[in-house]
Design a protein around this ligand. Structure first.
Ligand SMILES: *Cc1c(COP(=O)(O)O)cnc(C)c1O
Length: 365
């Protein structure tokens, strides 16, 4: 008997493994593995979601128009150039399906987000990485890695899991250095956490300027709405048109659209999240950096990479096991080429105090 065979590339995909949510034997679980909102979802979003419940027999508006209108107003963008998706993951996948095919190259930086190679392999394209400098995307090395086959370049800015960013001038230099037929995708999943960095922009102005740059955004991080799967992108008109043709007819659910609109109106909540994140992150980093042999890398997202010693018994794997046994769940990032690190999301202050104490106990053990 011959079984159906998937298309080339698909069996090369290592399935995406999300952050763990539970730990055997632990009674209290502190989940710091998926960069979720420390303060939960926006109360306004919860209210809107509940209000949508009696209308769940209705299909949503396929174009997510209420959400696009809200985004256009809030960020001063063109309505027609916004496309919504079931998480920005869906938009990343659609962009790759639209613009890359078998044998084409999808380029991203060394420690870039794992969805890029997963989605690339899904269409038979070849993921290519460019070396980073100091855990930061290097425009020069990305440009040097471009070939005739390069179709799309992805830059997560700030990047997950490294937490570093490149300046808007660097992103513009990258755009200028790429052939015009190469699509540049700026994945700004953590843009809202950037405060006070005047040399940073999420990338909308580059989209407005040309025909070949897309900015992707998400409700999963700052808005704490990962569970409803909601993301959006800002694209040149021709690319937005392509995505509208390719997406499923009702790709964003009705509760998601309505919760998204409410979340965008909740500035107090967003401000509280941003403040909580930067204060707690910097406190946590400082405390970790007091511990001998450990380094908490600088981060502009809602997470921190903690580097452990290489010594067996004290390395990141051992730390992960120790923490898990105590119900504190970090993220191993060996799949990102960073086996010496754990990525730890910023939770509540109490959660981070317990996390810190657990790491201290590990070191002393
Ligand atoms: C979390 C994340 C996303 C997207 O998540 P969705 O939940 O699919 O919107 C995209 N890019 C990066 C770099 C991320 O960390």
């Amino acid at each position: 008997m011959t079984a159906p065979t998937p298309r080339p590339g698909i069996l090369d995909i290592a399935p995406y493994v999300g952050g763990k949510s539970s730990s055997a034997g632990a009674t209290r679980v502190i989940k710091l593995s998926s960069n979720e909102g420390a303060l939960g979802p926006s109360p306004k979003a919860i209210e809107a979601l509940q209000k949508s419940a009696t209308r769940l027999h209705r299909y949503p508006d396929g174009g997510s128009d209420i959400l696009r209108a809200k985004l256009a107003e809030k960020y001063d963008l063109e309505f027609d150039q916004i496309v919504c998706g079931a998480g920005s993951d869906e938009l990343i996948t659609l962009l790759i399906r639209a613009y890359a095919g078998p044998g084409d190259e999808v380029l991203y930086s060394q420690h870039g987000f794992l969805m890029y190679p997963i989605a690339a392999k899904g269409v038979g394209a070849v993921p290519v990485t460019a070396a980073e400098t100091n855990m930061t995307a290097s425009v020069d090395s990305i440009l040097a890695a471009v070939t005739d086959k390069t179709k799309i370049v992805f830059v997560a800015n700030p990047n997950n899991p490294t937490g570093t960013y490149i300046t808007s001038a660097e992103v513009a230099r990258l755009r200028d250095g790429l052939r015009e037929d190469i699509l540049l995708v700026v994945d700004a999943a953590y843009a809202e956490f950037m405060t006070g960095q005047e040399d940073y922009t999420a990338g909308a102005e580059l989209v407005a300027k040309g025909d070949n740059t897309v900015m992707t955004r998400t409700f999963s991080k700052i808005y704490g709405l990962g569970g409803i799967r909601l993301g959006w992108c800002y694209a040149p008109p021709a690319i937005a048109d392509v995505l509208q043709r390719l997406r499923n007819p009702f790709n964003v659910g009705l509760p998601s659209q309505e919760a998204g609109v409410a979340a965008l109106e909740d500035d107090d909540f967003v401000n509280a999240c941003v403040r909580h994140n930067s204060e707690t992150r910097e406190w946590f980093r400082e405390e970790i950096n007091k511990l001998s042999g450990l380094k908490a890398h600088p981060s502009y997202g809602n997470f921190v990479m903690v580097e452990f010693p290489m010594a067996e018994g004290k390395n990141a794997d051992a730390a992960n096991e120790f923490m898990m046994a105590r119900g504190v769940i970090p993220r191993k990032i060996g799949a990102y080429g960073l086996p010496q690190m754990l990525r730890i999301s910023i939770g509540t202050l109490e959660e981070m105090q317990i996390c810190l104490q657990t790491i201290k106990d590990f070191i002393a053990n």
